[in-house]
Design a protein around this ligand. Structure first.
Ligand SMILES: [Zn+2]
Length: 119
């Protein structure tokens, strides 16, 4: 059965599980996938570092408050964080490295710094 190479699209014959017409196509394909993944990791790291920077900027003394609106205006991305800490009382802190926040009422957030004893 002839199939089409995943990389160049050319029809080729061979074992059923073969996806590429030749080794060169397989390696170009895999290299591209790897580049896309590396770029994704880099982009996520940039977002996390930017989030950390925004929190730090708004919280220079280690304890502060900020509105959701202000965070969004600065470019904060709520879906990206490095870790979460839920207290016994059920409060959910989210962190971007050392900078954290806790949702309060009325679209406000308490901004905190990571304490060493918090995992
Ligand atoms: Zn090919």
């Amino acid at each position: 059965m002839a199939r089409n190479c995943l990389e160049c699209g050319k029809a080729f014959l061979g074992r059923e599980d073969k996806k590429f017409c030749e080794a060169q196509c397989r390696s170009s394909y895999n290299n591209r996938i790897q580049r896309v993944r590396t770029k994704f990791i880099r982009d996520v790291n940039i977002i996390l570092r930017r989030n950390r920077y925004i929190l730090k900027q708004l919280n220079p003394k280690g304890k502060s408050k900020a509105s959701r609106q202000l965070l969004l205006e600065k470019g904060f991305r709520f879906s990206y964080f490095t870790n979460e800490y839920i207290t016994k009382a059920g409060k959910r802190y989210r962190f971007c490295y050392y900078q954290g926040y806790l949702e309060l009422d009325n679209d406000y957030y308490a901004l905190v710094e990571r304490q060493e004893y918090v995992e």
